[in-house]
Write a protein that binds this ligand. Structure first.
Ligand SMILES: C[S@@+](CC[C@H](N)C(=O)[O-])C[C@H]1O[C@@H](n2cnc3c(N)ncnc32)[C@H](O)[C@@H]1O
Length: 411
């Protein structure tokens, strides 16, 4: 009974789309609320990107900075937390594409936003199974010191913090299989060598700017303080802002749109690195193909929450604009881009059905129930199967090989 209740609760975990309200009152003033309130009072309304950044990664009280936000006790659940098959399919994809490049060594596996480290545990297990851990290192890009400790606990037999300001990494360790692991705050700090890059539910956590079409053209939506103390509200900028001047394309027609400049810069960095040092990248997230409008939302304890209430206590997220990411990645012809394809299609093409059948054979009744639940949730078009998409980037120099041997999961 308890297990069934757990499954039912789990069903509400995925972060569904919802339109946000325009004004809210903040009840309890917390640290982030006070900081934001004072900042806006002193210097005026801030962009949504500034608001999101403070709320999610402010070292003193940001959502990701001080607690485990995943799973039944947290605020949301992700595919790698549902079961091992998700990470295994990603690992099989990585090994398959890496082998087309001749398995260059040394190489690193880079994960952007590794959460609890569960996806990487599954990936490393598959790499070990295929005896592919030789000359491998792991580079984790994680802004949260708290989550980096959880990741280290999951992946390493030993680890320690680096208290040296001139170091590009802030923690290092050794995985159970002896793979060196290092933690970086930014992709810019990660070593420039052949890289297998994985980003699952990372881009949706990056700050966005939001714009509304008005009779005076596109105007940015800003965050201002509300009428009562500790209360925030959305306002529409009266004039152009730097972001509205920079990020709105001439061809834009949507009434409401969101742009994530940090995501675009990271994709540009990935494309340049893949071209110069070789590698492959797999980006998986919920998102749209350039038609998305108002997707900004908050999640607290697995329920939709008002993004302007008690900032720092709920996750803030927005659907990833895959069309924009792909367009920017392709600039300069450094890489080839494949997808985005639906999660369901990617996982099916990678053979998740066969893996499910093989795990099913040895599962206990309870394990089987959880396995089936996760499997259906990841594949069902009404749940994660359609909403989540996969985009891959490979160096343009591989074109001839990839024409002959198409990229797995995307063809
Ligand atoms: C939604 S969680 C996804 C976790 C994991 N990939 C999964 O699927 O379970 C986002 C992750 O990205 C990290 N993160 C968020 N913003 C970041 C940033 N600007 N730089 C680096 N990591 C960030 C968070 O701390 C967290 O580990």
């Amino acid at each position: 009974m308890q297990f069934t209740r757990f499954l039912l609760r789990l069903k509400q975990f995925t972060r569904a789309y919802n339109t946000v309200k325009i004004q809210n009152n903040v009840g309890d003033a917390n640290l982030i609320t006070k900081q934001l309130y004072n900042r806006i009072k002193a210097t005026g309304p801030i962009t949504l990107a500034d608001y999101m950044k403070e709320v999610l990664v402010n070292p003193l009280g940001g959502f990701y900075m001080h607690k485990d936000v995943f799973g039944s006790g947290g605020d949301f659940i992700t595919s790698p937390e549902l079961n091992q098959m998700f990470g295994e399919m990603i690992a099989v994809w990585c090994i398959n594409e890496w082998s087309k490049t001749g398995c260059p060594k040394p190489f690193q596996i880079v994960e952007l936003g590794p959460g609890r480290g569960s996806l990487m545990q599954d990936v490393l297990r598959v790499f070990k199974h295929f005896q592919s851990l030789d000359s491998c290192s792991l580079s984790l890009v994680e802004v949260s010191p708290y989550l980096s400790n959880i990741q280290a606990g999951a992946l390493c037999t030993q680890f320690n913090d680096i208290n040296n300001n001139s170091s590009s990494y802030y923690k290092e360790g050794k995985s159970v299989d002896g793979v060196p692991v290092r933690w970086y705050r930014s992709i810019e700090d990660v070593p420039e060598i052949f890289s297998i890059v994985i980003a699952h539910e990372f881009f949706d956590a990056l700050p966005i700017h939001k714009f509304l079409k008005t009779e005076n053209g596109y105007r940015e939506i800003l965050i201002d303080i509300g009428e009562k103390e500790g209360c925030f509200r959305y306002i529409i900028a009266r004039n152009d802002t730097p972001a509205s001047r920079t990020f709105i394309k001439q061809s834009e027609t949507r009434n409401h749109l969101e742009v994530c400049p940090d995501g675009l810069v990271i994709v540009q960095t990935l494309a340049s690195r893949l071209e110069s040092f070789g590698g492959l990248a797999l980006i998986a997230d919920y998102g749209h193909l350039g038609e998305g409008t108002d997707t900004f939302r908050a999640f607290k304890k697995h329920k939709l929450h008002d993004p302007l209430v008690q900032p720092g206590t709920a996750d803030l997220t927005a659907d990833v604009d895959f069309a924009n990411l792909k367009q920017v990645a392709l600039e300069g012809d450094k890489v080839l881009a494949f997808g985005p394809v639906l999660q369901r299609d990617f996982l099916m093409k990678m053979g998740i059905e066969h893996r499910f059948k093989s795990l099913e054979k040895n599962a206990s009744k309870t394990q089987l129930e959880a396995l089936k639940f996760g499997y259906e949730m990841m594949l069902d078009e009404k749940q994660m199967g359609k909403r989540f998409k996969f985009l891959s980037l490979l160096p343009a120099v591989l074109k001839k090989i990839l024409d002959k041997y198409p990229v797995a999961g995307f063809s």
